[in-house]
Design a protein around this ligand. Structure first.
Ligand SMILES: C[S@@+](CC[C@H](N)C(=O)[O-])C[C@H]1O[C@@H](n2cnc3c(N)ncnc32)[C@H](O)[C@@H]1O
Length: 254
């Protein structure tokens, strides 16, 4: 499948499915994980089964496996699933392709999707997925999605991401029986940089590794620095406003 091969290639090239710039990726992935941990602590959900939809290399699946009795984690990229199993394999995580999701009606506590739904280009495909999710989720469950959801969509388009405005997201979910229960703004390295990201980017050691990274593979060098910065900051997510380009949205059944 063409879409799957795009993501397979990214895993082969970068070792993950996130930002290609390793300096950004290290901060971004740590910030996403911490922000989602915070959101999950704020919204009270049953702790049975969670689905990590579009799990990539399984970083969120791993975190979910500490909170939920079991985790199903799916991705269209077989290469991502293999990497996820190697890197984030745990006894209570079941990695699979999307068509192998074996979820019964009303069984799911959480449907988590971190920058995946925007890669579903056809609204009709997204509608089918959300309608299935509606059936899988039990009454107290929720969909948590981190997405680009600006007030106005940019004029340029992308071959692998469908830009949807905040209202468009709400309408698509609404039509499948969901309402927005909470939302948070989330930083973006260029559209909504936060202070801790700017400080991290300008650190002497980060600038040094950025130069070296042009010649050698030193991507791992950013990880410890970013983890430390992210652990000591909380400015990369905040109570949402419609103007925030990136949003963590929590949808519940109407
Ligand atoms: C930007 S990455 C995010 C990965 C992971 N959620 C994370 O944040 O670390 C998007 C992921 O969605 C997967 N994906 C794209 N379209 C998908 C679809 N229709 N069904 C399932 N996974 C999909 C890709 O293979 C890729 O791993």
């Amino acid at each position: 499948m063409e879409r799957a091969s795009f993501w397979d290639e990214r895993v082969k090239t970068f070792g993950h499915t996130g930002w290609s710039n390793p300096m950004i990726y290290a901060y971004d992935q740590a910030a996403r994980i911490n922000a989602i941990e915070h959101v999950l602590s704020e919204i009270s959900l049953p702790q049975e089964l969670a689905l990590d939809f579009g799990c990539g290399v399984g970083d969120f699946s791993n975190r979910l496996s500490h909170r939920f009795q079991s985790v199903m984690a799916c991705d269209i990229s077989q290469t991502a699933l293999e990497k996820a199993t190697q890197r984030n394999g745990r006894n209570n995580i079941h990695y699979c392709l999307p068509e192998e999701i074996g979820c019964k009606e009303g069984q799911l506590s959480l449907f988590l999707s971190i920058t995946v739904l925007g890669h579903i280009m056809q609204d009709s495909e997204l509608e089918v997925l959300l309608s299935k999710a509606h059936g899988w989720l039990h009454e107290g469950g929720a969909i948590v999605a981190l997405e680009f959801a600006p007030e106005q969509i940019p004029s340029q388009s992308s071959d692998y991401q469908k830009f949807r405005a905040f209202d468009a997201w709400k309408n698509i979910f609404d039509a499948q029986g969901f309402e927005l229960a909470h939302y948070w703004g989330f930083y973006h390295p260029t559209l909504a940089p936060c202070r801790s990201f700017t400080n991290y980017k300008n650190k002497v050691n980060v600038r040094f590794w950025r130069i070296l990274n042009r010649f050698f593979k030193v991507s791992h060098r950013f990880e410890n620095i970013a983890d430390h910065v992210v652990r000591n900051a909380q400015d990369y997510y905040w109570p949402g406003t419609p103007q925030d380009p990136m949003k963590i949205m929590v949808f519940k059944k109407k």
